[in-house]
Ligand binder design. Structure first.
Ligand SMILES: [Zn+2]
Length: 89
């Protein structure tokens, strides 16, 4: 864990010059984590996949189980921990 504040790299593509997200694309800690560690082009990449998942599985975004399933896919995609951490740092 050598995460220096000055040397930011995207957790997925590893680029340090990639444009970053300026908003949290998911509620809670996970959204914060994504915002802080994922670049916007990787997020866009995920959005394409997410859209496909939503269409293919007819996901109801208001259904908690469906939301959980999408969240899980997203965590796999970005290699994020699946468990929600209440207080880190
Ligand atoms: Zn990236």
């Amino acid at each position: 864990m050598a995460a220096s504040e000055n040397a930011w790299t995207c957790r997925r593509c590893g680029r340090s010059d990639a444009p970053r997200l300026d908003w949290e694309p998911w509620p809670g800690d996970l959204g914060r984590e994504v915002r802080e560690t994922v670049c916007s082009s990787c997020w866009n990449e995920w959005m394409t996949i997410q859209t496909r998942i939503l269409n293919e599985y007819r996901v109801n975004v208001l259904h908690p189980d469906h939301v959980r399933a999408v969240r899980e896919q997203m965590c796999r995609f970005f290699d994020l921990p699946l468990e929600e951490k209440s207080s880190e740092q």
